[in-house]
Write a protein that binds this ligand. Structure first.
Ligand SMILES: Cc1ncc(COP(=O)(O)O)c(C=O)c1O
Length: 366
């Protein structure tokens, strides 16, 4: 049996009728960009997360860029974030000419709140935690630190749609929060898409201008902006998928529970869930010291896997100029050598889950 790491076609097949109806509705309307479907999806999604405004944009990367620009971030400003993230978190900061400052990660692979204050300089403007793998960072503590130092907070929620810390959803804590609807995400489009959420009317107005060339009125640029629009077909598809997000996240949690309770190979370190968190398991990331040998075992047994991420951003060539070296962020670097992501997506069958567990439990380092 071949067990894929992710297979988008299973959901596509299951939801073909709804998807086709949504696409047809848009085609028949003759409105393809920033119209009724986007407006409705912005309202439905912001209400799902628990904020008052939603601004649909072209991608998660653009969401971060526009959120930061809304806060006035630009050249010379520092944005405090993590290196254990997808590169786009950092490329969005750099697109504005600002400098990312990295905080090491904790035992949950998230921004270590005990290390934030040491990273704050007079140039710091924003704290940008990343809710990686589906788990919310310690937002209560992060908001406290931000308030103490008069910093703004932008949440990168790309991997954590629907996750919670306490009774609040990721994306409802910060000044602005950013989501990605890239197809692999827990709420994925069939193309690119993203959203910025905020409770501030003023920020929402600025974000809306920034996504269309900085225009408030057609053909009149109020501020310097971008082209970052969410299209109607993606919004219509996302509207059909939003009502199933919670049940899909529950299925992910079920798979995670099976792995957590049945993988008992002493070579494997299972992921930890912070007290009070609802983890939505965008990824199921384990640690293993003998990764190469484990990878051979998975390949031999036709089990798909991923590594998120093999190269922490601060050690990538493009970011050498930031001046970080091997040893700058010890947890991040150690984890990057050991982490491996196992298959976890709602359409994985019970038989496949059992098979993954059985094969992993058979792994022995030779
Ligand atoms: C943590 C994180 N931030 C930002 C992004 C960027 O999102 P997008 O690919 O929609 O631009 C991604 C997705 O790759 C991500 O995983």
């Amino acid at each position: 049996m071949i067990i894929p790491f992710f297979d988008a076609t299973r959901l596509v097949k299951k939801t073909e009728a709804e998807t086709n109806a949504a696409i047809k509705r848009v085609l028949n309307s003759g409105k393809f960009v920033l119209d009724e479907e986007v407006n409705k999806f912005e309202k439905e999604f912001s209400s799902y997360i628990g904020t008052t405004h939603g601004i649909g944009v072209n991608s998660g990367t653009d969401a971060i860029k526009i959120a930061l620009k809304t806060l006035g971030v630009g050249t010379g400003d520092e944005v405090i974030t993590v290196s254990n993230t997808a590169t786009p978190t950092i490329s969005a900061i750099r697109e504005l000419g600002a400098t990312p400052v990295f905080v090491d990660t904790d035992e949950y692979f998230l921004m270590d709140v005990r290390k934030i204050e040491a990273a704050i300089t007079r140039k710091a403007k924003v704290l940008l935690p990343v809710h990686l793998y589906g788990q919310t960072a310690d937002m209560v503590e992060i908001m406290k630190i931000a308030n103490k130092h008069s910093l703004k907070v932008v949440e990168d929620c790309a991997q954590a749609t629907g996750s919670k810390a306490g009774d609040k959803k990721a994306g409802s804590f910060g000044d602005l929060s950013c989501f990605s609807f890239y197809p692999t995400k827990n709420l994925g489009a069939y193309g690119d898409g993203g959203m910025i959420l905020t409770n501030s009317k003023e920020y929402a107005t600025t974000c809306r201008q920034l996504r269309v060339y900085g225009m408030q009125e057609t053909y009149f640029a109020n501020i310097e902006g971008f082209n970052s629009r969410l299209d109607e077909i993606q919004a219509a598809i996302l509207r059909t998928k939003l009502p199933t997000l919670d049940s899909n996240n529950e299925r992910r949690a079920f798979i995670a529970h099976q792995y957590l309770s049945k993988i008992d190979n002493p070579e494997i370190e299972l992921p930890k869930i912070r007290n009070g968190n609802l983890h939505v398991f965008h990824l199921f990331v384990v640690k293993i010291s003998k990764r190469e040998s484990f990878i051979d075992h998975l390949k031999k047994n036709s089990i798909g896997f991923g590594i998120h991420y093999p190269f922490p951003v601060h050690l990538q060539k493009a970011y050498e100029f930031l001046g970080y070296k091997n040893g700058s962020l010890l947890n991040t670097e150690n984890d990057s050598e050991k982490i491996i992501s196992l298959p976890i997506f709602p359409e994985l069958t019970d038989k496949e889950i059992e098979s993954v567990i059985e094969i992993i439990n058979k792994f022995k380092f030779k």
